[in-house]
Structure formats: structure tokens, C-alpha cells
Write a protein that binds this ligand. Structure first.
Ligand code: PLP
Length: 222
């Protein structure tokens, strides 16, 4: 925990940044008691990749935490979580956007989302291709109760630092491109990128949300 916070600060210094980088503790498969220990150490944001786990953990952890949905979201499960989470990081298709919008409308709320981009075009990962992002965002713009607040990516698991840096840099470029288009209802507040393996590089390239699991809780045994 403490080491990670230090490393985040170091990476910020290295890149001359003084804006906020928020740590999201990824708690998938981690039980509530251990999550509470992390909360006692200062964790305020929690990321989960399964709706089911969010549904069980949210009532146990309470309202003072920001919950993030970071995994593939099935359309038929939106209804269970859309009004309980701060940010959906995994918006990757129009059918999902429409369902979120419909549910949000029924409660008269706006749901914040990030568009997931699969920069490396890995078959095993969801997310849009780089060139699909702008047309997708222009479609989502038409939906009034869903708001795009930024972009998210999961980089390949590799030691190739140059490749990782290129991927994160591409994300920053897409972000800048979107900003330059001055869309009325889109604010590029968040770049969610960087996990245990690569968060320092991600921060150097502009990430302001990092999602860290193993680095806080140790290796998961699936
Ligand atoms: C599991 C997961 C993480 C955290 O990965 P670690 O390597 O354990 O830090 C981050 N983002 C997503 C989408 C994940 O599924």
C-alpha cells in the first residue's frame, strides 16, 4: 500500500505532474475483511470486475467507498449496479450504452463511464479499436443519461516497456484528439490505465486512475 503510494508520487515527479493520480484498489476475489484492512489504510476507491461480487460486497463495505466496475459488463446485469457505482470503466459497445442510458433515465440519474480501448487489439480483451473510438463516442453523445468521462485500457502483460509506453501514449493522444473536438457533453477527466505490472509507466504517460490488485493484496489464486 504505502510503497505503491510512494511509487505513484515518484512517477508523478519524474513526469513533472502535480495533478491527482487516484489509486483504485482492485479487490476481485479478495474477501471483505482484507478489503476493510485496506480501507483502514486509506483506500477509498475499489474496483471489481464482476457484478456478482459488487452486489455482495457493496452492502458489506458501505456508502463511503467509491465503487468502480472495471470488467466486462453483460447488458442484462446493468440493472443490478448502475446506480451503485461511481464509474463504469468498461463501456465497449452501443448496446451496453443504450441499456445503461435506459436504466439511468428510469431513475433520473446520469451514469459516468469510460470508453474501453483495446490498443494492442488483443483477442482476449474487450474494448474498441483505436479508430473506432471517435465514431463510438459520437453515438453515445446522443444518449442523455450516460456520460463519457474518459478512457480506459488494459495493456498486454509484458515486460516490454517500450511497447507499454507506446500503448499509454496512444491513449493520451486519443484523449487529446477528443478534447480538441470540443464535444459538448464529453469531458475527458479520466485516463484509467496502469496495473501492478505497468502503473509507473502509465502515470508517466498521463494516467490519473490506476487500478492495482496484486501490488496491494498479493497474488490471487484462481
Ligand atoms: C485484475 C485487474 C486489474 C488489477 O490487476 P493487477 O495486475 O492485479 O494489479 C486492473 N484492471 C482490471 C480491468 C483487472 O481486471
Amino acid at each position: 500500500m504505502l510503497i505503491i503510494n510512494e511509487n505513484i508520487e515518484k512517477a508523478k515527479l519524474k513526469s513533472g505532474r502535480n495533478d491527482d493520480v487516484k489509486l483504485i484498489a482492485v479487490t476481485k476475489t479478495i474477501d471483505v475483511e482484507r478489503i476493510k484492512e485496506a480501507i483502514a489504510l486509506g483506500v477509498k476507491d475499489i474496483g471489481e470486475n464482476k457484478v456478482q461480487e459488487l452486489q455482495t460486497k457493496i452492502p458489506l463495505l458501505g456508502d463511503n467507498i467509491n465503487y468502480h466496475m472495471i470488467g466486462y459488463l453483460q447488458t442484462n446485469k446493468v440493472k443490478y449496479i448502475f446506480d451503485k457505482i461511481s464509474l463504469i470503466h468498461s463501456l465497449d459497445r452501443i448496446s451496453l450504452a443504450k441499456e445503461i442510458d435506459k436504466r439511468a433515465k428510469s431513475k433520473n440519474i446520469i451514469v459516468d463511464t469510460l470508453v474501453q480501448v483495446n490498443v494492442a487489439e488483443e483477442d482476449t480483451k474487450s474494448g474498441l479499436k483505436v479508430e473506432e473510438v471517435i465514431p463510438f463516442i459520437e453515438e453515445v453523445l446522443k444518449l442523455e443519461n450516460i456520460k463519457v468521462r474518459g478512457l480506459m485500457t488494459i495493456a498486454p502483460f509484458t515486460d516490454d516497456k517500450k511497447l507499454l509506453r507506446n500503448i499509454f501514449r496512444t491513449m493520451s493522444k486519443i484523449k487529446d484528439d477528443i478534447i480538441s473536438r470540443n464535444y459538448e457533453r464529453i469531458s475527458m477527466d479520466f485516463l484509467s490505465m496502469g496495473m501492478t505490472n505497468d502503473y509507473e509507466i502509465a502515470i508517466e504517460e498521463g494516467a490519473n486512475l490506476v487500478r492495482i490488485g496484486t501490488g496491494i493484496f498479493g497474488k490471487r489464486n484462481y
